[in-house]
Design a protein around this ligand. Structure first.
Ligand code: TRP
Length: 326
């Protein structure tokens, strides 16, 4: 009698443990496909932030989730192949880093939830119906920067400036949008603007050289082509002792004079938190507004300043969040 009740008790205990912690088959592990356009420091930082935020919420790669990280090396054909593979594998969620990557995955699936990060203008890129109400299976975080503050900083650094050269890849919609805004702001500041458009990394030196003879400063927005080859632009600008104001802190680190920009690690982490809500079934992308960061950092590069024979005024040094080369 006693023996039976002990084994019944044991049976009940084992069953309840199994019910509470079901043995998960490999297939049940949450799979996240990550598509990053190209390798450059801003995008890498956003990815790190995303992974860390998931981990903090208890979703750790190799433990209870599987992250399939893919980098398209800036190649359109790679973007498509990888997007299609994520759909074929029926991943549970996709993270797309930078505009062209987001456009590629969004055109590959209308049902797998997609989050994007580091996208300048999700509406212009046709990723969402509006930032407030994205509508479909796609939402995320935008990195639209304070271009007005960036150019006002340039004015503070070079009060007598008269001509600005804007260099960007005309086939990146994110750059097109920023170049247009920068042109308008620059004109309001009383500057003459010259646009230099590139179509690949190979054009940078030539277009920059031709601009360098006509302008007193460069503005480079968060353009993926330029960001992946900042030293090419910096080389030309340094030869002509010209400042570069860039769209992102990591671009300034790679060879630019200054920026007022956001922290891409934080932007990625914020996207990770959005992913957690989706994975928990608390929200659906279509009803999650696009998010952004409010805080911006003033980033100065003293090494670059030295290379072009410039020294920052104390007023600007005083408000710097980060100084490279100290
Ligand atoms: N905003 C860019 C896009 O929408 C991506 C990006 C983020 C970027 N940070 C950058 C590009 C820094 C160049 C430099 O695609």
């Amino acid at each position: 009698m006693k023996k039976i009740s002990v084994s019944v008790l044991l049976f009940i205990m084992i069953m309840s443990v199994l019910i509470v912690h079901p043995v998960t088959a490999e297939d049940d592990i949450i799979e996240i496909g990550v598509l990053q356009l190209v390798e450059h420091a801003s995008l890498d930082a956003a990815y790190r932030g995303f992974v860390d935020a998931l981990k903090e919420a208890g979703y750790e790669d190799g433990v209870n989730i599987k992250i399939d990280y893919q980098n398209a090396q800036g190649d359109q054909a790679n973007l498509m192949t990888i997007s299609e593979r994520f759909v074929k594998n029926q991943v549970d969620l996709i993270l797309a880093i930078a505009t062209p990557a987001a456009q590629s995955v969004a055109s590959a699936t209308t049902d797998i939830p997609i989050l994007f990060t580091a996208v300048t203008d999700p509406v212009a890129a046709r990723l969402v119906e509006s930032n407030e109400a994205p509508g479909l299976n796609v939402t995320g975080t935008t990195d639209a920067g304070p271009i007005d503050k960036q150019l006002e900083l340039l004015k503070e650094l070079y009060p007598d400036l008269k001509t600005l050269g804007i260099i960007y890849n005309s086939s990146e919609v994110n750059s097109e949008v920023q170049a247009k805004q920068a042109e308008e702001i620059a004109k309001n500041l009383g500057w003459e603007v010259k646009l230099g458009t590139i179509t690949s990394v190979n054009d940078i030196e030539q277009v920059a050289t031709s601009l360098a003879g006509k302008v007193e400063a460069f503005y480079a927005p968060t353009d993926n082509t330029i960001a992946s080859a900042m030293p090419n632009l910096a080389k030309v600008a340094e030869e002509h002792s010209l400042p570069i104001i860039a769209g992102a802190p990591e671009m300034v680190e790679a060879g630019g004079l200054a920026t007022v920009g956001i922290d891409y690690y934080k932007l990625g982490a914020q996207t990770g938190k959005m992913a957690v809500r989706i994975l928990k079934g608390e929200a659906k992308p279509g009803a999650m507004p696009v998010e952004s960061l409010k805080d911006v950092d003033v980033v100065l590069n003293k090494d670059y300043a030295k290379a072009i024979g410039y020294s920052f005024p104390q007023s600007v040094l005083d408000k710097a969040t980060k100084i490279i080369g100290e």
